[in-house]
Design a protein around this ligand. Structure first.
Ligand code: BTN
Length: 251
């Protein structure tokens, strides 16, 4: 039984012991719900990450959650949504668990070279603007190193591994919702430029040559800046400048 009601926006939670994917369940109830809400599950049988990759969601070990938001904003404003959300998640890890985590643009959180959390944002929109945002967050909480290694996730980490003791998922959830609400409210009224310096200082991709892929655009290069619309500027090895909206970055 989760009490989120002290929070301002997300006071309704659907909690299921098992789902195919919280993202799919969220989509199926979106029309019945007028307000914003979250969907949570202990276990997903068909968790999906970006690019439709399989997302391993071991029972009871992580936070598998989809947040549905219904803002009244034009579609172009969505280009910076992920940046506000990344910062919210990064802040929870740093502030409440004293872990030095970094954002991997556009939507992962890492500790060192290992992934702690990934999220993806889908939206339902028409010519009038955005009708709904469905933000799916997969956060590794209580997996052990052995559990990750057994399923071949050598480049994943959990809060348990980094923090050294078992994480209370409800406490974590409250911190996360609180942080996301704060940054989401800021996103609605403020431009990205307001958080840009903070965001950049929490980002891990500077000063390294990485492989960027977006559709059939493939670039090996170095990120040098983020634009006010959230696009990443990358300079390739042969000195050309590219802008990415939401690339897959190999690290
Ligand atoms: C990624 O790193 O590629 C994004 C991972 C997103 C996983 C979450 S878990 C809750 C929600 N349901 C899903 O099927 N996916 C997202």
């Amino acid at each position: 039984n989760i009490e989120l009601s002290k929070q301002k926006i997300l006071n309704k939670a659907y909690v299921q012991p098992q789902v195919d994917s919280t993202q799919l369940l969220a989509r199926s109830i979106i029309n019945e719900e007028h307000d914003d809400f979250v969907v949570l599950s202990d276990e997903q049988t068909k968790g999906r990450g970006r690019f439709n990759r399989e997302w391993s969601s071991i029972k009871g070990k992580g936070l598998w959650m989809s947040i549905v938001l219904k803002p009244h904003i034009p579609i172009h404003k969505m280009s910076t949504f992920n940046l506000f959300i990344s910062l919210a998640i990064q802040e929870v890890v740093e502030k409440h668990y004293q872990i030095n985590s970094k954002i991997k643009w556009p939507n992962d959180i890492y500790v060192g070279e290992q992934k702690l959390c990934g999220f993806l944002t889908e939206m339902i929109a028409d010519t009038d603007g955005v009708n709904a945002i469905i933000c799916g967050i997969g956060f590794n909480l209580n997996q052990t190193r052995e559990e990750f290694d057994k399923v071949g996730q050598h480049r994943a980490t959990s809060l348990l591994i980094e923090h050294g003791s078992t994480i209370d998922p409800y406490q974590f959830l409250k911190y996360l919702i609180e942080a996301i609400e704060k940054r989401y409210n800021q996103f609605l009224v403020s431009p990205f430029s307001e958080i840009k310096d903070t965001y950049k200082s929490k980002s891990m991709i500077w000063n390294r040559t990485l492989n960027y892929t977006e559709g059939n655009k493939k670039v090996k290069g170095r990120a040098i800046d983020i634009q006010d619309n959230g696009f990443l500027t990358v300079i390739s090895e042969d000195g050309e400048i590219y802008q990415f909206m939401s690339a897959d970055i190999d690290i």
